[in-house]
Structures are given as C-alpha cells and as structure tokens.
Design a protein around this ligand. Structure first.
Ligand code: GLU
Length: 264
C-alpha cells in the first residue's frame, strides 16, 4: 500500500514545544516496520514552528517573521531527528518543503510528483512540510491536514492517516462533553458530520477538527481512504492497516485513480 502519514505537532512535541522523544522514537520504529513490510510511505510532518519555538525558548510565535525564524530552527531539528532515527532502522529520508504555489502550478506540481515518485522508487521515505520560513499566509497551504490530503490525492495513495492528539471524530467535543462517543466510520461527510467539527485544536499546531474534515473531503473525493487517529500510541497504525476499529475512518467516495507504480 502507498500510505501518507500526517504527523501533527501535538504528537511530536510536548506542550512547551520541546520534542516528545518517546513519541517520535516509537513513531519512527513503527513507520520503519511498515516500510520493511513492503508499504510505501510518505510522511507529512508538522512541528517546525512548535519545535523551533521550544528550542529557542520562546512562546508559540504569532507574528510572521518570528514564525518563519522558528520554523527555520525547528525544521533542522525535525529533519536531524528523523534522519538519525530512521537511519537506525536502515531507512533513508528525503526532505521536501513546499508552498501552495507548488500545487497551483501544473509545471511545479509535475516536478513535485516526479521527485516524490523517484524518492519512492529509490526506497526512501519522503518527509514533506510547508516551507514555513519563506511562505506567508497568501502563498501557504496553511495547515498540514490539508497538505496531507493534497499529497495523498496527487500521489494516488491508498490511505491517508492523520495522527493527532485526539482519538478521532466524536459525537460532540469530548473536552466539554465527557459522554461524547467516538465515531468509527464516516461513509459520507454530511452537514451533520461537519457540524461536529467545531473548534480549533490544541495550542501548538495549526489544525483542528475542521481542517481534518476538510482533508477528509479532499482525500475521500479523490478515492483515498482517510483515518484520523491518536498519535499517542503509534502502534495504532498496525490496527488501522489491519482494518480494525481504530480512530475515525472516512470511506472513499470514488475508486482510486490509476496508480503510477513507483517501481517501474
Ligand atoms: N507547517 C507547520 C509547522 O511545521 C505546521 C502546520 C500544521 O500544524 O498544520 O510548524
């Protein structure tokens, strides 16, 4: 299977922004194992701004230049860590930083796809993030949930997994409604489902349930199944792949398009 895994800042970092070493190590171990089992993986990783702020010892920045500076520091930390940990399992990673312009222009999109396919052919794990150090609001995709869905769509992935600090989509906001229950399967994103997506997410990341539903719309509309799951225990990825009840699964609307084979 070709799987896009989007990893949110809340999974990678502690609330103060410093790296959550246990999460990251477990995550890399599981992803390496899935790669060993023969799956193709593309990682969309957040965490640059949050971790940069953590490393610099400043609060999550609000102004653009500080965000961009924090991203510049945090992206190094992020890739250094992924590179080092994946190397321990003999896997090679490649960094790709993109902005919305890379998806809006047909020529740039083709370049991006070519690079990604080649990275997959070479047996590597591409790790994508927004190029936060140079992108501004006007030219950014804005959040990595949407980015994950767009990548999954253009790379004709079989599955998009969005790892976050929430178990999935609930019948009500579980932070204010303790009796809310987890919805295991969404066959169609109806207005009722959208109404459940209310507020924003946790402090560090950009996304919330609304961006995740937007991502689900893009992914399922392109024939890609999407699962929102809690990144607290990365072994949940095994359950997701085995089709067990884990997180919230959004069923694809249409059949996937023709998949360009990475091994040709
Ligand atoms: N690109 C941002 C970062 O690396 C995260 C965007 C998001 O959380 O959706 O900090």
């Amino acid at each position: 299977m070709r799987i896009v895994v989007k990893i949110g800042t809340s999974t990678l970092a502690h609330p103060g922004g410093r790296m959550n070493i246990r999460h990251v190590e477990e995550l890399v171990k599981v992803l390496s194992d899935l790669k060993n089992a023969g799956h193709e993986l593309i990682v969309v990783s957040s965490g640059a701004i949050g971790m940069g702020a953590g490393k610099l010892g400043i609060a999550r920045p609000k102004d653009m230049p500080t965000k961009q500076a924090a991203a510049s520091v945090g992206q190094c930390e992020l890739m250094y860590t992924y590179d080092r940990l994946f190397s321990e399992y003999n896997h090679i990673v490649g960094q790709i930083l993109v902005t919305r312009e890379d998806f809006d222009s047909a020529a740039r999109l083709m370049n991006l796809e070519n690079t990604l396919y080649r990275l997959l052919q070479l047996g590597t794990i591409p790790i994508i993030n927004e190029n936060d150090s140079v992108s501004t609001e006007e030219i950014s995709v804005g959040d990595n949930d949407t980015m994950g869905a767009i990548v999954a769509k253009y790379m004709a992935a079989d599955l998009l997994v969005v790892l976050s600090d929430i178990d999935g989509l609930y019948t009500a906001d579980p932070r204010s409604h303790p009796d809310a229950s987890l919805i295991h399967t969404v066959e169609e994103i109806t207005p009722e489902i959208e109404a459940l997506a209310g507020g924003a997410g946790s402090g560090l990341g950009t996304g919330g349930m609304a961006t995740k539903l937007m991502a689900a719309r893009i992914a399922t509309g392109a024939g890609v199944e999407m699962v929102i799951a809690n990144g607290e225990h990365p072994s949940i990825l095994y359950d997701i792949l085995e089709g067990k009840e884990a997180g919230t699964r959004f069923l694809p609307k249409t059949k996937p398009g023709t998949k360009k084979e990475a091994d040709q």
